[in-house]
Design a protein around this ligand. Structure first.
Ligand code: NDP
Ligand code: 8X3
Length: 254
């Protein structure tokens, strides 16, 4: 039987690339996000390859999450793989200049949103023979960097929750994996800098960043492993990046 994957944040970047990759592999796909028109567009594209269903909700709103998951038709009510990908950074300011609203958005999306989705999807995974949760963490969840403060804290929380899930769900036969990318060119920096394209492009100046497709390739590999093998934790960086803040910019002056 074909396996069903639910991917949060599939309207762009890593989530979208993963949906496309796994559709090519023949997985049934549930794509989610807030931007309904992008979900519809992607649904049309994926339909040529596989069965696909869209759920339009904000991960920060528990009622919306609950209603959306309950709304799944019966033949979509078994989920084999959950990819908790929806997430964002907003702002890059020192802690004393941080915006409370930016902090709330990051905490509500990256931590509480991931918990809400996991809470409602877990019961639909219990009958699966696969039972795999993949949480998208970050290099920002492994080391803190200048002005990363709250975003880093949310990704450290993703790391802690991933490890907790692995322990708590061990006796139920779950695989739980953290995928931690370094610099990946998606809409991430555009969102972090609130639509400032020039600032966003500067982040990747002089380096070759990862693409969403690179992370999709890794996720495809992780879920292709035999039932007795799990990747607990993986960090993927562009070759031009050594740590969260040390990068080799080709155009930088020596
Ligand atoms: P994008 O901005 O391209 O994609 C983010 C996705 O998350 C979008 O589909 C967006 O959909 C969704 N999303 C954001 N907020 C919400 C919300 N409240 N409810 C539902 N969906 C939401 O960035 P990436 O692809 O880069 O980000 C994906 C994940 O990867 C994030 O968790 C990010 O922290 C992580 N990451 C990114 C790195 C990078 O350098 N790009 C590196 C390390 C980790 P919509 O707006 O339609 O709701
Ligand atoms: C995104 C990677 O280093 O820009 O999680 O925070 S970084």
């Amino acid at each position: 039987m074909e396996k069903t994957v639910l991917i949060t944040g599939a309207t762009s970047g890593i989530g979208k690339a993963t949906a496309i990759k796994l559709a090519d592999r023949g997985y049934k796909i549930i794509i989610t996000g807030r931007r309904a028109h992008l979900l519809t567009e992607l649904e049309k594209q994926l339909r040529q390859k596989t069965r696909v269903l869209t759920l339009n909700f904000d991960v920060r709103d528990f009622k919306q999450v609950e209603k959306s998951i309950y709304s799944l038709p019966n033949d979509w009510k078994q989920i084999d793989i959950l990819i908790n990908n929806a997430g964002l950074a907003v702002g890059l300011n020192p802690i004393d200049k941080g915006d409370i609203n930016d902090w709330e958005v990051m905490i509500d999306t990256n931590i509480k949103g991931m918990l809400y989705v996991t809470k409602k999807v877990l019961p639909l995974m219990m009958q699966s023979t696969v039972k795999h949760i993949i949480n998208i963490g970050s290099i920002a969840g492994k080391e803190v960097y200048l002005n990363g403060n709250v975003y880093c804290a949310t990704k450290f929380a993703v790391d802690a929750l991933t490890r907790s899930m692995r322990i708590d769900l061990l006796d139920k036969g779950f695989k739980v994996t953290a995928v931690n990318p370094g610099m990946t060119e998606t809409e991430f920096s555009l969102v972090r800098f609130k639509g400032n394209k020039e600032r966003a492009e500067k982040v990747y100046e002089g380096i070759e960043p990862l693409k969403g497709e690179d992370i999709a390739h890794i996720i495809d590999f992780i879920i292709s492993l035999p039932p007795h093998v799990n990747i607990n934790d993986i960090v993927i960086m562009p070759t031009d990046q050594a740590t969260a803040s040390i990068v080799n910019r080709k155009n930088s002056e020596e």
